[in-house]
Ligand binder design. Structure first.
Ligand code: ADP
Ligand code: ZN
Length: 612
């Protein structure tokens, strides 16, 4: 989600508040230092036994004696030193001198009235905390008034108001997504000229749900609607409602709607709306009351818009199936705009948009990048291009080249390269593992061609073999799914075959294979259980139907059996293939150990062109 950063900026009250606090701490410190300095004399003090002072008085070396309570300070005539000593409480300095045969009149004795000093200390220590508190309140209140944030205003929404002349996102900043833009153009029209619609008695939209996976531009699009219409944009993320005390979420909703109505016409954008608007009674997380209160408040607000309040609420979610029915009822979020992963044409448009302002070498082709990035979201593409620029800059290039783009694309999906100390055995395991994926995939008709094989570890994986899809598929066939399972298991099969050892490196592969197999059984009806769809989900490792109903144990067992049968079939397929291509497997593994990374052409040199 792109607005993660902005959300933190919305809490700008904090630094200011700290600044305010530090001013007061400084004032307090200065006061304390001043207070102590006043009572200090510039001479250095030297602690001595009382008898020393008495004898110095006797020798007429002492100019003056000061008494501060029981502290005796003797000011010496020809010295930079003060002699300090202490008498017993209640004893008199006159008595002490007299009893030692010294006439107290021979020396000036000054009794400092401590009570005044003590009183000052008392007053200060009583007043300082109050001063501090008052200062704190002052700053917090001022903050609250200015920015609508800070501790005392936590109940107010942290929605940010984008003034009309602030971020001017336009539809042209959203590449592709033509259909979504067309649908939202009407909302823009309405926000611009509500009278026109009202005069014709047209029903005015209140809520629009923008549905799509992370990073496909939901936020961007919502902003563009505000930008096109030139209206303020209030935004908040659903998850933010959940982070505070019970009752606060509802209060925030109320405040945000109040602000938005005041600024009408305006847009309220609620990101991750499913975290508030989940179906009641679903999920096991706590905070039910809070969520329900917040959700109810949103519904109340949306129902309560009057004719002159032109506020359109845009909610974004990647899980529309989780939304409470009340939220999508007519008059609420009754319009739906779907944003999917960009297809080839959209990717080209997005890449072109984000390439602007960056220098590229001549051989860089938008078409090629777009073909290479099937399954990338708009955010992935934007990040990739930015990353490529960083990589090029790091090598002091003046232009971004294909190598930078390739590395950036891989990094975007798999995380940065990680040089890790590996034993020879581990490297060999990794090489056979990746070679296994590549060989199995290569010799199976329906698997996409190998793009790159590497035993350089990235993120969590010890290596990778990439088969980027060469086309956007909306359908999968049973044979292709089975071949994908075989390819995923090819790594493990190769380890076993070549080294008679298996590693934990296949954990993720097994997950992939299992989930494909499970989908085949429970969603696609591709097993001996027949054409059924039993949507299941895992709750803490226990599979149950999505509507919460339990599957009977015997049925569960049947599913598990089918899943296992499919996986076994896939694994056998991989094993058979690898045995047949054993010499090529060895060659690829050997080459990988030498070069670490093989591009598609280097791989094809060993195994030949892929037959399709
Ligand atoms: P979402 O809200 O769906 O998670 P965002 O709107 O936050 O996604 O998108 C994140 C970033 O990705 C945007 O700021 C933009 O840079 C880029 N992006 C996503 N989709 C597009 C698009 N269609 N055109 C241009 N840039 C896009
Ligand atoms: Zn693997």
């Amino acid at each position: 989600m792109a607005n993660g950063k902005k959300r933190f900026k919305a809490g700008k009250g904090l630094p200011a508040f700290l600044k305010g606090l530090s001013v007061y701490i400084l004032v307090a410190l200065a006061a304390l230092i001043f207070f102590y300095q006043v009572s200090d004399s510039p001479k250095t003090d030297n602690e001595v036994p009382i008898s020393q002072i008495v004898s110095d008085v006797k020798d007429k070396k002492v100019e003056k004696i000061s008494l501060e309570g029981d502290k005796i300070i003797a000011d010496l005539k020809d010295s930079d030193e003060n002699l300090i000593s202490r008498k017993e409480p209640g004893e008199s300095i006159y008595k002490i001198l007299e009893s030692s045969g010294v006439d107290p009149k021979t020396v000036t004795i000054e009794v400092k009235d401590l009570s005044i000093q003590q009183a000052w200390a008392g007053i200060l220590s009583a007043i300082l905390p109050i001063l501090l508190l008052v200062g704190l309140m002052f700053f917090l209140l001022r903050n609250a008034r200015e920015g609508g944030s800070g501790i005392f205003s936590f109940a107010q929404s942290r929605a940010k108001l984008f003034t009309k002349d602030a971020p001017q996102t336009k539809f042209s900043d959203v590449a592709g997504a033509e259909e979504a833009k067309r649908e939202l153009a009407e909302v823009v029209e309405f926000l611009k000229t509500p009278e026109k619609f009202k005069a014709l008695g047209a029903k005015i939209p209140k809520g629009v749900l923008v549905v799509g996976p992370a990073g496909v531009g939901k936020t961007l699009l919502a902003k563009a609607v505000a930008g096109e219409a030139g209206v303020p944009f209030f935004s908040i993320a659903g998850s933010e409602f959940m982070e505070m005390l019970v009752g606060v979420g509802a209060a925030r909703v109320r405040d945000m709607f109040a602000q938005a109505k005041k600024a009408s016409p305006s847009i309220i954008f609620i990101d991750e709306i499913e975290s508030i608007g989940r179906q009641r009674g679903m999920g096991m997380s706590g905070g039910h009351d809070e969520r329900e209160q917040t959700l109810n408040q949103i519904l109340v607000e949306m129902d309560g818009f009057n004719l002159n309040e032109h506020v359109i609420v845009i909610g974004a979610t990647n899980r529309p199936d989780l939304l409470d029915a009340a939220l999508v009822r007519p008059g609420r979020f009754d319009r739906r705009v779907v944003l999917g992963f960009p297809d080839l044409e959209d990717r080209k448009a997005i890449i072109e948009l984000h390439m602007k302002g960056k220098p590229f070498t001549k051989d860089v082709s938008i078409e090629r990048i777009a073909r290479r990035t099937v399954g990338f979201s708009g955010a992935d593409l934007a990040n990739m291009l930015n990353e490529a620029a960083i990589l090029a800059a790091r090598e002091s290039k003046t232009q971004i080249d294909n190598k930078d783009l390739e590395e950036a694309a891989t990094k975007e999906k798999l995380g940065p390269q990680r040089k890790r100390m590996q034993s020879d055995h581990d490297r060999k395991l990794a090489a056979y593992h990746e070679a296994g994926h590549a060989i199995v995939g290569h010799f199976l008709k329906n698997v996409d061609p190998v793009h790159r094989i590497s035993i350089v570890s990235r993120g969590m994986s010890g290596g990778h073999t990439l088969f980027p899809p060469t086309e956007d598929r909306s359908n999968e066939s049973k044979s292709r799914l089975l071949e994908q399972i075989a390819t995923a298991l090819g790594g493990r099969a190769a380890e076993e075959l070549a080294l008679d050892d298996i590693s934990t490196g296949a954990t993720n592969d097994l997950e992939v294979a299992s989930s494909i197999a499970r989908e085949m059984v429970t969603s696609y009806g591709m097993s001996t259980l027949g054409p059924i769809n039993i949507k299941t989900q895992s709750m803490f490792g226990i599979w149950q139907r999505e509507d919460g109903q339990k599957l009977s144990e015997s049925f569960q067992a049947k599913i598990d059996n089918e899943v296992k049968r499919i996986i076994d079939t896939g694994y056998k397929l991989a094993q058979t293939l690898l045995r047949k291509q054993r010499s090529k497997l060895d060659k690829v593994a050997k080459e990988l150990l030498e070069k670490e990374t093989l591009e598609s052409d280097e791989f094809e040199k060993i195994v030949g062109k892929k037959k399709s």
